[in-house]
Each structure stands twice: as C-alpha cells, then as structure tokens.
Design a protein around this ligand. Structure first.
Ligand SMILES: C[S@@+](CC[C@H](N)C(=O)[O-])C[C@H]1O[C@@H](n2cnc3c(N)ncnc32)[C@H](O)[C@@H]1O
Length: 195
C-alpha cells in the first residue's frame, strides 16, 4: 500500500516537473538490482547516489556497502526526498542539486568518491546541465572510480541521450552498455563505467 502511495506521489511530481523527474514511475527492483550488480564496493570509502527519488536503488546499494563505507544521497525534489527519508531514515540525504556534489563531498569531510550511482534523467537534460553535472562528478571521482546510470530504451534515439553516451565514451576508460531490462516500465538499459 505504501509503495502504491509512493508511486502516486512520484507520478504527481512527474506531472509538475516532467523534465527533472524524467519518468512516470520509480524504477522496478529488477532494474535497480541490475544497475548496481556490477559495482565493486568492498573497499569503497565513499559512495554517492544522485537522483534517488523514492529510494529504490538505495534498497539495493546498502547491502553492498561494508561498515567502513560512507554513503549519502542527493535529491533535488523535496517531495520525493520526504518519501526517501521515510524509507531510509538512517541514510544521509541532502536536498540539493547534484551539481553541488563537490561542495557536499567537501562538507562531508571527504575529497574523493569511489562510486556515483545516478538516477538522473540525462535524456531530458539540456547540454549545459549535462556538462555541469558530469564536470562536477568527474571532479570528485577518484582514479578508477565507478559510475552507473540508466535510461529508457525508447529514449535512446533522443539527441540528449546520444550526447550523454558520447560524453561517457569520451570521459571514462571503460563503458559497458547493458542489454534491455524488460521488467521495468518502460524497459530500460544501463551503463557501467570506470574512470
Ligand atoms: C527518473 S527519476 C529516478 C528516481 C529513482 N532513482 C528511480 O530509479 O526510481 C530522476 C530523479 O532525479 C532527480 N533529479 C533530477 N535532477 C536532479 C538534480 N539536478 N540533482 C539531484 N536530483 C535530481 C529527480 O527529482 C528524480 O528523483
């Protein structure tokens, strides 16, 4: 019942801010599990999730973290942040834009990040915002750092999605594009990248 309420709240936020939310519903657990599946976080010191929405990816990231790993999330939408906090009361969440990740990392007492898990809707972002976000992430990811992100199959042909893909190929030494994850509405794919 509470998941249904969360989905409805997410859908309402999509109606208000379609470009920033970028999806009608939160991701499925199948997609969330797949996206984080390739992450190697055993020796990670700091892991950051951006655009966590209601927290479905976080469900699957937390069990991968060792007790020595610090983790926080950055969500721009206060309504979704409130749902996230109910679902993950023990997780540090900043209600802020992910472009501010470098400042937040510094305030958090760190300088570098081992992995960034992105739930951001890159295909609906303008080129300037894509560049600002990616610049911010690259400035804190440590050498060999991991970056994962996802998109929707029907959106792959959009210029913004292709631009994002080119950026990943240019900036990361390893970029793997998954096959389709059909058990998601809509079907999705994901990127697993390493600096
Ligand atoms: C497609 S939804 C994904 C939500 C969640 N990760 C999931 O898979 O269900 C995109 C999320 O990114 C958030 N978002 C968009 N722009 C952002 C920004 N600049 N900084 C932080 N979060 C942002 C939205 O508010 C939304 O929660």
């Amino acid at each position: 019942m509470s998941r249904m309420r969360d989905n409805l709240a997410f859908f309402r936020q999509f109606l208000v801010r379609p470009a920033a939310i970028g999806a009608l519903l939160p991701s499925s657990r199948f997609l969330a599990r797949a996206v984080v599946s390739g992450l190697e976080l055993d020796s990670a010191r700091l892991v950051v999730e951006v655009g966590p929405g209601t927290g479905i990816f976080t469900d699957h990231v937390l069990p991968l973290l060792s007790p020595r790993t610090d983790f926080f999330a950055v969500e721009i939408n206060p309504h979704l942040a409130a749902i996230f906090r109910q679902r993950h009361p023990d997780v540090t969440l900043y209600v802020d834009s992910a472009v501010n990740v470098p400042r937040i990392v510094a305030e958090h007492g760190s300088r570098q990040v081992d992995a960034i898990i992105s739930g951001l809707p890159w295909a609906s972002f303008k080129p300037e915002l894509q560049d600002e976000l990616m610049g911010a992430f690259l400035s804190v990811l440590k050498p060999g750092g991991q970056f994962v992100s996802y998109g929707y199959i029907q959106g792959m042909v959009l210029p913004a999605a292709q631009r994002f893909r080119q950026t990943l190929l240019r900036q990361f030494s390893y970029v793997k594009l998954s096959g389709p994850v059909w058990l998601n509405v809509p079907p999705a794919f994901y990127y697993q990248c390493r600096l």
